[in-house]
Design a protein around this ligand. Structure first.
Ligand code: B1M
Length: 214
């Protein structure tokens, strides 16, 4: 079995320690961080997602797989960070209220930090007001909202509404993403940018921060 397949398999089995060791081994063998992420970690997470949908695995199985995913991706952080691009800017990032999914958000943070941006990560289940209060206090250029559930994606609209209420909507760019989120949805709720993946989110954030400096 190839090392990437082994990473995927052990992630599905929730073996965080083994996943970490295998990720380190793959790095030492010269496999790129992008490949380890896509064909090892995300591949395994995708299979877990499919099984979860079909009721073949349950919440605890998904949770331990998620832990293994986070353990493995932490090792990739410095490598994904070595992008050569250095930007300045501040992003307030979080998963919206009612939503506990953080793997995608963590990848967005890693990619943004890799490009030199300062990311204030508010974590998961973040109330709308917390996004706004933090963005005001930190003078952030971007508010990034992640949502993974069809039942929580509407919360992004509440964050935008809270920005309008606080008379600071014009001061920030809303960058949004997450599996159920689409460009059409972003336009409908008045968000500025929809990014389908972490790399696109980081590139878009750099563009916004570069423009706001000019
Ligand atoms: Co959840 N869950 N989950 N879950 N879970 C999904 C999302 C689901 C699709 C599974 C399924 O049924 N197939 C389904 C949602 C259905 C729907 O709403 N349509 C679901 C459900 C139903 C639930 C619960 C309700 C289950 C229950 O309790 N009965 C529950 C809800 C809890 C809550 O949040 N209140 C629940 C719980 C959980 C766990 C806690 C067990 C765990 C999360 C652990 C954690 O995150 N620490 C979990 C997981 C892991 C998943 C799946 C399997 C994997 C999600 C993931 O991490 N994917 C997921 C199934 C799936 O997606 N295939 C599922 C990998 C990650 C890299 O992708 O987050 O999409 P993703 O991020 C992508 C892009 O979306 C984008 O970039 C990333 C890629 O580069 N992106 C952004 C994300 N955020 C962005 C922000 C941006 C820009 C881009 O800008 C700011």
């Amino acid at each position: 079995m190839s090392i990437l397949k082994e990473i995927s398999q052990n992630l599905q089995n929730g073996k965080a320690k083994v996943v970490k060791e295998l990720v380190q081994k793959a790095i030492d063998e010269g496999i790129t961080a992008e490949m380890i992420l896509k064909e090892g970690l995300l591949h395994g997470m995708g299979i877990i997602g499919e099984k979860f949908k079909k009721d073949e695995v349950y919440v605890p199985d998904v949770l331990i797989a998620a832990r293994a995913m986070n353990a493995g991706s932490e090792l990739l952080k410095p490598l994904l960070a070595a992008s050569g691009v250095t930007a300045t800017g501040k992003v307030v990032l979080g998963t919206v209220a009612g939503d506990l999914h953080d793997i995608g958000k963590n990848l967005v943070r890693m990619m943004m930090e890799g490009k030199g941006l300062e990311v204030i990560d508010l974590g998961v289940d973040v109330p709308a007001e917390k996004f706004i209060d933090t963005a005001i206090k930190e003078n952030a250029q971007i508010i990034g909202c992640s949502a993974l559930l069809t039942t929580t994606m509407g919360e992004i609209q509440n964050v935008i509404n809270a920005a309008v209420k606080a008379s600071m909507r014009h001061k920030v760019t809303f960058l949004i993403g997450g599996a159920p989120v689409t460009d059409t949805f972003a336009k409908k709720i008045g968000a500025d940018i929809y990014a389908p993946d972490a790399a696109t989110a980081a590139d878009a954030a750099v563009k916004v921060c570069t423009q706001s400096l000019a």
